[in-house]
Write a protein that binds this ligand. Structure first.
Ligand SMILES: CC(C)(COP(=O)([O-])OP(=O)([O-])OC[C@H]1O[C@@H](n2cnc3c(N)ncnc32)[C@H](O)[C@@H]1OP(=O)([O-])[O-])[C@@H](O)C(=O)NCCC(=O)NCCSC(=O)C[C@@](C)(O)CC(=O)[O-]
Length: 297
């Protein structure tokens, strides 16, 4: 059975945009439940400015409370050398640098042009490699930007290639505002796979217009075998106004199991986890699956 890897981004991408502070204990319980449901890669935090993203301010405490030797990857976002210093202090084994295919988004999100961001990442990469830390690379706005509108596929390919050549072991392609449709996914992947092998790509789809599952299916058919998703469909980027959450992990797992792929995830435990975090945030889960199944007492 072909394995598809899920990168669970709920504790980071999912919670970074919450208006009310999410308690450290709630984050840790969420991560524990996600791990118990079989997820083996859980993005646990971000070493970014607490002024820019207050919800991630406790990332050091989160990482310090996790067992980093338990066979689960807990990557964290790192935008610059200062972020890497914190990641090293936390003892992380994997980080993710995050760039964008849109100049305007890059400025709003990390206060740097694309070229400046790549320079910062070069420095982070060299130090991370010396410390034996794996580095993943994100490209945001691969199917559209909240400030610039359509983004040409060649621009996505340029940034993806730069991150890959720098040493990122995987490039996650983010439809940050969920505007993509399958035809656009195909055009974008055609351009990116010219410069990065498809086996090194991941899909990161937000579900603003309900297209994420269709887009994932299209990317699967193109050979992509890693997808980022967020339990209960939590999330959104604070610098992409109007962007809704990531595609819900439960809905992705339901699709993948239905198509005969292996994920290692127990869908029922995952749905319980979706209800757990939804109740903690005082709302319903954003996933079709968890809502259809309902809350099990
Ligand atoms: C990159 C910066 C820091 C530049 O921000 P800046 O203001 O240009 O940074 P600076 O170097 O001028 O420093 C200003 C202050 O920030 C501090 N600082 C500087 N760096 C750090 C750091 N690493 N950690 C903690 N503090 C830091 C620094 O020490 C200083 O503190 P002060 O002297 O004013 O007290 C800022 O723009 C930032 O933190 N941006 C984060 C944005 C973010 O996290 N966005 C959400 C994640 S991206 C996303 O969600 C998309 C994704 C990945 O999911 C994929 C998709 O869907 O497309």
């Amino acid at each position: 059975m072909t394995h598809v890897k899920i990168v669970e981004v709920g504790p980071r991408d999912g919670l970074q945009n919450e208006k009310h502070t999410v308690a450290l204990a709630t984050k840790l319980e969420l991560i524990r439940k996600l791990a118990d449901s079989g997820l083996r890669c859980i993005e646990a935090g971000a070493f970014v400015s607490p002024k820019w993203v207050p919800q991630m301010a406790d990332s050091l405490q989160v990482l310090q409370a996790l067992d980093l030797d338990a066979g689960i990857d807990y990557p964290v976002l790192v935008p610059n050398d200062k972020g890497l210093d914190a990641a090293l202090e936390a003892g992380v084994r994997e980080i993710a640098v995050f760039g964008a295919a849109s100049e305007a988004f890059s400025q709003k999100n990390i206060n740097a042009s694309i070229a400046e961001s790549l320079q910062r990442f070069e420095s982070v990469m060299k130090r991370a490699q010396a410390a034996n830390i794996k580095v993943r690379g994100y490209v945001s706005c691969v199917l559209g930007c909240p400030y610039e509108g359509d983004i040409a596929p060649y621009k996505v390919a340029e940034v993806a290639r730069a991150l890959y050549n720098m040493g990122c072991y995987e490039i996650s392609l983010g439809d940050t505002i969920g505007v993509g449709t399958p035809n656009k996914v195909t055009a974008m992947l055609d351009a990116v796979t010219e410069v990065v092998p498809v086996t090194k790509l991941a899909g990161h789809f937000h579900d603003t217009y309900g297209m994420a599952i269709a887009n994932i299916h299209t990317a699967l058919q193109a050979g992509v075998r890693t997808f980022d998703s967020s339990v209960a469909g939590l999330g959104g980027c604070p610098y992409a106004k109007g962007a809704s959450g990531n595609v819900a992990t439960e809905d992705v797992v339901y699709l993948l199991h239905g198509l005969g792929y292996h994920t290692g995830v127990d869908l029922e435990q995952l749905a319980d986890t979706a209800w757990f975090i939804a109740e903690a945030l005082v709302r319903e889960p954003g996933s079709k699956y968890a809502k259809a199944r309902g809350l099990r007492s």
